[in-house]
Write a protein that binds this ligand. Structure first.
Ligand code: ZN
Ligand code: ZN
Length: 177
């Protein structure tokens, strides 16, 4: 296989800031190792669920993960997906984003806290391209707040709400006819 250095493919970066293939495989391996260490069975269905979560294309809901797994394993139950997501969540291998007006959404690609962009038009959820630097800045803020308040901060969350570029295009009032 040819070397595939980032930036030499001539292709634009994925707008969803998907993990590069190598990082995706590493995430998958880590999830697999964690479940195996906990004594859970790794059926092909479960591996497929982990792969969808490692990709976390668009921060899917459990139902969306289920739909994607069904294309390969039509007999996978929604309960199996729920169970797997719960196990990973308990082990810090998937980040859960709860919303009052949307289903819970999941990020298995980047399970540590980082800011998210939430589109109130179409429900798309995106990691900003510079999510790593933003995540570190948030950690620093959390450390300072912990020092100021004496709180033992366990986790944190920052969401930016608004319209994605595609939805901004759709809000142009229709021409009168
Ligand atoms: Zn949108
Ligand atoms: Zn994310």
């Amino acid at each position: 296989m040819a070397l595939n250095e980032p930036g030499d493919t001539g292709q634009p970066a994925s707008p969803a800031h998907a993990l590069p293939e190598v990082a995706l495989e590493a995430r998958l391996e880590q999830m697999l190792a964690r479940l195996k260490a906990d004594g859970h069975r790794l059926t092909p269905q479960r591996v497929s669920i982990l792969r969808v979560l490692a990709e976390s294309e668009g921060h899917p809901s459990v139902e969306q993960v289920h739909q994607r797994v069904l294309t390969r394993f039509p007999n996978t139950s929604l309960a199996t997906v729920y169970k797997t997501v719960t196990l990973l969540k308990q082990r810090g291998e998937v980040l859960e984003l709860g919303f009052s007006e949307l289903d819970n959404r999941y990020d298995g690609a980047r399970p540590t806290p980082h800011p998210h962009l939430v589109c109130t038009g179409c429900g798309a959820i995106l990691d900003p391209p510079d999510h790593e630097a933003h995540g570190l800045a948030l950690e620093e803020m959390a450390r300072r707040i912990a020092a100021e308040t004496g709180y033992a901060i366990a986790t944190f969350r920052l969401d930016f709400y608004g319209l994605c570029p595609a939805c901004q295009g759709r809000t142009v009032p229709p021409a009168e006819s």
